[in-house]
Every structure is written in structure tokens, then in C-alpha cells.
Design a protein around this ligand. Structure first.
Ligand SMILES: Nc1ncnc2c1ncn2[C@@H]1O[C@H](COP(=O)(O)OP(=O)(O)OP(=O)(O)O)[C@@H](O)[C@H]1O
Ligand SMILES: [Mg+2]
Length: 356
């Protein structure tokens, strides 16, 4: 048997009334002339309207007249005529002495073609508190970002102060060896300051490596290469993006390796090139610094590991990578490679590698 459709006017009205009565959301059932047939309890509670005063009253006369909103009236009239639909329409309910409320209104035309007239089912959601909470969350986020930026500025400033103190001390000391150590410390701090500055301009979540390494190498070159014709520093970096903490470790490794090449590979104003490469494939990546200088000393006693080696080893271990030094004929390549499978294995066994 085919399902029977019932469209008796009373049944339709009763159904609509039952929906309104049982609704926990603020709902209004209106005649097409916008007089109220019924309102849900939650509507009366939310907008402080006495349920006994509702029936047969024009919408614009509800309460103290705050529902007399010409825009809403014309939209609901248009909906009743079938010209428009009210879909998430936002409007302010202005209530004298009780504060305004932001409402989201939806209206549905109920037309059963039974000659019983057209009715409108109107839902009214008060989103004032939700909007305030959203705004507050947005402001808190903004405030946090400003604070973070301020903190990064301060760190960068402090690093520059430390660097200048080191430089002043280096100028004052008599011992050549101590002066050289202080100069090295100054360069390291300056590189960290450059990294910090670069990070403060990128988002906390991810760092694009090409601009990051380019800025870092420009800053090292500016402070350490006096004759650009004698030495050049190139970067060749793919489109990789890493987290901020990984990028800091990579930046510090690059700093140490480039400084090593500048310090040791080109004695007696020998001409040459240094290249920084970084490329990744999935979780695997390789960072390398290559120079075409004199190469690592053959005599192990001369290639005594210094602080640079310790820094590179510690950071490489932290990144679960391995250091490899190869003869670039002429010169040296130091590669730091992170292979995902090797990293998993190294959790079980330590892989022995030659130090920088
Ligand atoms: N690119 C290079 N070319 C030639 N020799 C190098 C190169 N990199 C490192 N070395 C040699 O390896 C040694 C160890 O380097 P390491 O960075 O550990 O110490 P350092 O540079 O001498 O001192 P520090 O890094 O503490 O300032 C250096 O003294 C140098 O002899
Ligand atoms: Mg070094």
C-alpha cells in the first residue's frame, strides 16, 4: 500500500505546534502576516518574554518593541511570499538597558497548499557569548604572538650585546691565542643572533630552509670574508621546510662547518669556494658543506678535534643523523645525513663514524 500523506490543516498546524513546543532551541511559529502563533519555552526564556502575552501579537510588538527590526520584517515577509529564504541572517537585537544581543536567524516557509495559509518557522540563536569567546580567543592568540615576537627581539638584542662584549675583550687581551678564541666565540654568537633574527620573521611552526640558509650564509660571509674575489660562499638548497627547532640545529651545524672551511681550508689567501647543500626526500635529508681548499690534515695529530667538532657531533646526534667526511679532491666535504631507516636502527645500536 502506498504511504498516505496527510495534509489536513489542523494536522499540519498541530505538527508545527508540537515541534515548537518540544524544541529546546528558541523557535517561533508565525503567520504569514508575522503575528505569533507560538513560541518555544527556550525563546521566551532567552529573550525574557512572557509566554502568556505572545499569541496573536505582531512580531514587531514583542517585548518592549525590540523585535521591531525593519530588515528582519522585510526578510520574513519576502520568505512568506516565496521570494527569499532567511539563512543564517545575523542581526543585532537592541534592548534598552539590557545590552544588545547578536542573533542568527533562520526561517523556513511552511506551505501545505491546503488553503490554511502560510506559516513561518523561525529559529533564533543568540550567538553573543560565542562571538565574545571567539574574539577573546583571537585576541589572546594575537597577544601571544606579540609576546613571542618581543621575546625573540630581546634574545636577538642580548646575543648582540654578548657578541660585542666578546669583541671588545678580544681587542683588549694581549695573548694571541686568547684573542683568537674570543674572536671565534664572537663569530659563533653572531651566527646564533642571525639565526634568531631569521627565525623571528618566520612562523613558529615551520621554516623554509632556502631563505633561512641564504640569510645565515650571507651574514657569515659579511662578517668573515673580507675579499669576495678570494673566497665565495654559495648555497644550493631545495624547497624543504622543517620545524623551528630542527632548523636551529641545522643552522648551528652549517655555521661551524662554514667557519671551519674559512678558517682551515684556505691558508695564505688561497682562492676558493665553499658550497652549502641541503636536499631532502621524504623523511631523509642530507646537509653538506664542501670546500675546494687544502683538505683535512693527513696527520691526525694536526686535525685535533676542537669545540666545533663537539658541537657538530652533539647536534647531529640530536637530529639522529650521521657525520661523514670525504676528500673532495681538492678540498673537503662534510655531510650530515639523516636516513630514516638508519635512524630507527641507531636507536638499537650506535653506528661508529669518523668525527669532524
Ligand atoms: N674544511 C676544512 N679544511 C681543512 N681542515 C679542516 C676543515 N675542517 C676542519 N679541519 C681540521 O679539523 C680540525 C678540527 O676542527 P674543529 O672545528 O673541531 O676545531 P677548530 O676549528 O680547530 O677549533 P674550534 O672549532 O673549536 O674553533 C681543525 O683544527 C682543522 O685542522
Ligand atoms: Mg672549528
Amino acid at each position: 500500500m502506498a504511504p498516505q500523506t496527510t495534509s489536513h490543516p489542523d494536522v499540519v498546524l498541530n505538527l508545527a505546534l508540537a515541534v515548537v513546543a518540544s524544541s529546546t532551541a528558541p523557535l517561533l511559529l508565525l503567520h504569514e502576516d508575522l503575528t505569533v502563533i507560538a513560541a518555544s519555552k527556550s525563546f521566551c526564556n532567552a529573550f525574557q518574554i512572557d509566554p502568556a502575552t505572545l499569541e496573536g501579537v505582531a512580531l514587531r510588538k514583542l517585548g518592549a518593541g525590540e523585535w521591531d527590526m525593519p530588515q528582519l520584517t522585510s526578510l520574513l515577509e519576502a520568505t512568506a511570499s516565496g521570494y527569499a529564504a532567511v539563512d543564517s541572517y545575523e542581526i543585532d537585537l537592541m534592548r534598552e538597558g539590557r545590552g544588545n544581543r547578536r542573533l542568527v536567524v533562520n526561517a523556513q516557509k511552511l506551505d501545505y497548499g491546503t488553503g490554511a495559509g502560510i506559516r513561518l518557522l523561525v529559529s533564533v540563536t543568540d550567538v553573543t557569548d560565542a562571538r565574545v569567546a571567539e574574539k577573546l580567543a583571537e585576541e589572546m592568540l594575537k597577544e601571544k604572538a606579540v609576546l613571542l615576537q618581543e621575546l625573540q627581539h630581546r634574545i636577538a638584542n642580548s646575543l648582540q650585546i654578548i657578541a660585542s662584549v666578546l669583541l671588545q675583550s678580544a681587542r683588549k687581551v694581549q695573548s694571541v691565542e686568547t684573542r683568537s678564541h674570543l674572536n671565534d666565540a664572537h663569530k659563533r654568537v653572531m651566527s646564533v643572533a642571525a639565526l634568531q633574527q631569521q627565525l623571528s620573521t618566520s612562523s613558529v611552526a615551520d621554516v623554509e630552509l632556502r631563505p633561512y640558509f641564504t640569510t645565515l650564509c650571507n651574514s657569515i660571509a659579511a662578517s668573515m670574508i673580507s675579499d669576495q674575489d678570494q673566497l665565495s660562499l654559495e648555497v644550493s638548497i631545495d624547497d624543504s621546510v622543517t620545524s623551528a627547532d630542527v632548523s636551529v640545529s641545522l643552522g648551528l651545524i652549517v655555521t661551524e662547518l662554514v667557519i671551519n672551511a674559512l678558517k682551515h681550508a684556505f691558508p695564505h689567501e688561497r682562492k676558493g669556494k665553499i658550497r652549502v647543500d641541503y636536499h631532502s626526500q621524504g623523511p631523509n635529508w642530507t646537509l653538506s658543506v664542501t670546500d675546494n681548499g687544502v683538505g683535512m690534515p693527513r696527520d691526525a695529530a694536526l686535525a685535533k678535534p676542537g669545540l666545533g667538532t663537539r658541537i657538530v657531533q652533539a647536534l647531529t646526534a640530536q637530529l639522529q643523523a650521521q657525520v661523514r667526511i670525504t676528500d673532495a679532491g681538492p678540498g673537503t666535504t662534510v655531510s650530515i645525513a639523516h636516513a630514516h631507516i638508519a635512524a630507527v636502527q641507531s636507536a638499537h645500536a650506535t653506528v661508529g663514524e669518523r668525527a669532524v
